[in-house]
Design a protein around this ligand. Sequence first.
Ligand SMILES: Nc1ncnc2c1ncn2[C@@H]1O[C@H](COP(=O)(O)OP(=O)(O)OP(=O)(O)O)[C@@H](O)[C@H]1O
Length: 542
Amino acid sequence: MRRSASQPPELPGYTFVRLLGSGGFSDVFLYEQELPRRRVAVKVLLTEELVGANRAAFVAEANLMAQLSAHPYIVTIYHADVASDDRPYFVMEYCSGPSLAERYKQETFQVADALRTGVRLSSAVATAHSAGILHRDIKPANVLGNDYGWPALTDFGISSALDDELPVHTGTLASALSDAATGTGGTESASVGMSVPWSPPEMFEDDPQPDVRSDVFSLAATIYTVLAGQTPFEVRGRSNGTLDLIGRIERGAITPLARQDVPRSLVAVLQKGMASDRNDRFATAVDFARALQRVELELGYSPTAIDVPNLLIEAPHRSDEADDADATRARSVATIDAQPAAPMIVPPVFDARPGSDAPAAAGDSTVVRTPQNIAAQPVDEATVVRRTPVVAETVEPAADTEAPPRGRGKWLVWGGVAAAVLIAGAVTAGILLGGDGEDIAAGPTPGASGDAIVIDTIPTPTVGSVVPGDTTLTVTVINPDPLDGDEFVWRRYDRPDEASRAIDDGVIVIKDYTPGDSVCLEVSVKRGTKASANALEECFPQ
Ligand SMILES: Nc1ncnc2c1ncn2[C@@H]1O[C@H](COP(=O)(O)OP(=O)(O)OP(=O)(O)O)[C@@H](O)[C@H]1O
């Protein structure tokens, strides 16, 4: 439920113009500043959030952003104070353009634009890292657009110092349950914020310990999102509830990026950025930016400068790039120029382009997004708060319990109280309970509502063997915990138009197979009318 905005405060020297937007615990208003005359965005903490920890978190956000304000791709903070109604506020650069979230839903990003945005954003993130700050909530909605159409990273609301504990928020699942049910408060404990579709797997651990590579994952996921027009672990035509996404993120099941104009090298960079094991990712945001620059060079584009402070790393110029307009700025930041391309290997799972042996299209042609390549159902993009360490709990299903309208009950946007409890339990157990199993008879359950009630635990199949033949590919799958009557349901997710099929012996035979081709399968165990919520999703041969 959307809450109504608070009253804009009276601010001497500023005239209120209009509401720009509302966050979980603050409102952002457009004001006209008198001297110097300019439009500014003012973020104001809600009266209900004035209690200690929230006020401190708000002030910390202003201080973190102010520390990074000189960066060209981080929203600039001008001033902070407390209004006459006792609400703290900060005044920042007004970003008149659409955010990346608005843009990717309305237009198809050209490859050059995505690369440029990726390098710029990475330099903003690297700058935060060099100041000892993890952003922890990088996603398209937190990248605003300024007057020049440049990206401007914002919302350091859940950021933390690199060597600190995660920021502690007040309020818990238990207290939310209690609040929702009775209107009273509950006990407090620590919780962490995250936006699930762009979160790395380590954030779902009991005691998350994110580091710079966690931000690298979210950076890569953000660039994937703007290129694909959907988040990386969303699958068209399937349930994309929070549990589904967490399962796919943990398995590294990135949805193939079906764009002919995205070169294999870029696919490989994004895949490496989103590797499940953080040791397999780029070690730093600068490394990720450099990899994007190499793709720019490969495609014949001017490499976008990496603007970072205090890192006077000057790589050799490409002679014809000496006048790159991007490289000269009146900013106190160093510039890292592009380096020569290095070959990268693209595993087939991520690259869904037909005829993937064909050379990469170097062009930057406009791609018209057809209804087929738009995600069928929205995922929950909100920043949510999860208690940590997460403890399994059991509650009566409360699917129709309303989420509190404002404040730290933000995580309830996950689809209700029961969904949040289910996530907590599932993550703790290290497995994702199959209880949100899709009702086969009714078809896939769209959205987070499919996460609401735990009914049973249906195992996820594993791969037994893969045997490529001259004209067939035979994949045998195993039910690790079979019960009488269990079957398998499988389909090719690289061919969304093909129907699902049921088998009971676990032997999947793909006919008309051409050796060397990749076949992407989604296999669930079917038990009665339910299926395992977390399907096996893999492309073969591996
Ligand atoms: N500097 C700005 N210029 C223009 N619009 C802004 C600016 N800062 C925020 N907004 C708008 O205000 C909305 C709310 O901002 P806020 O940072 O509170 O967002 P949020 O991420 O939804 O909330 P939270 O901080 O609770 O995660 C944003 O969605 C954005 O549209």
